[in-house]
Design a protein around this ligand. Structure first.
Ligand code: GSH
Length: 202
């Protein structure tokens, strides 16, 4: 059975889990932490990156977008989470790019403040990642406003929802939900769906 290694407090692990469920791919979740279970994780993947996905063949895939590329490529047309038409695909990939940039800057912000001792923090780096995070959220919100509303999850909806839940759980003092109403509304509506509740942020 396919194994997904990593915890659901990672937006990257969570986007893979929810997407696999939507693709109809069975998998076993192995909730190892890249921090508290570093040694055990490193025995599975010496690079200690979550998510790591182990195929039945033993091949180890990492990076959520690469993992999702693999499953999107073999999904039945009605299960695909990205559009097939190039212009629509480019549009969705643009939106995903801003969401993932925001996510990366949010993770860097959390690491900077939670992992580095206060006297070792580098303020101009902290300011830079906050500027980048807020700028990416602005583009993300604007791009979502331009999309037709849908209750059917696609990759933009999945990634937007898990990224926003992560950001609002970890950095509500940095990213004010009231400034990004479209992202907030989409996250609220999808978090109430069963597939998102099956893999809660924790
Ligand atoms: N671009 C990667 C980012 C994955 C990532 O940074 N995961 C974090 C957990 S949220 C991690 O592995 N952190 C440990 C580390 O970077 O050392 C993806 O999409 O999977």
């Amino acid at each position: 059975m396919i194994k997904l290694v990593g915890m659901m407090d990672s937006p990257y692990v969570r986007r893979v889990a929810i997407s696999l469920e939507l693709y109809g791919v069975e998998f076993e979740s192995q909730p190892l932490s890249v921090f508290s279970t570093f040694e055990a994780f490193s025995r599975i993947n010496p690079a200690v990156k979550a998510p790591t996905l182990i195929l039945d063949s033993g091949i180890r895939l990492m990076d959520s977008s690469l993992i999702l590329n693999y499953f999107e490529a073999q999904a039945a047309p009605e299960r695909r989470l990205l559009p097939a038409v190039p212009d629509a695909l480019a549009n969705d990939l643009q939106t995903l790019g801003f969401i993932l940039a925001a996510c990366e800057k949010a993770v860097q912000n959390v690491y900077e403040h939670n992992l580095r001792p206060a006297d070792k923090q580098y303020s101009s780096w902290g300011e830079r990642i906050t500027i980048q995070l807020l700028a990416a959220c602005k583009e993300w919100n604007t791009l979502l406003e331009a999309r037709p509303a849908t209750a059917v999850p696609n990759q933009v909806a999945v990634t937007s929802t898990v990224a926003w839940t992560f950001i609002q759980s970890m950095l509500p003092h940095v990213v004010n939900a009231a400034d990004f109403r479209e992202i907030q509304a989409i996250a609220e509506s999808f978090e109430s769906q069963a597939v998102f509740k099956k893999y809660p942020f924790n």
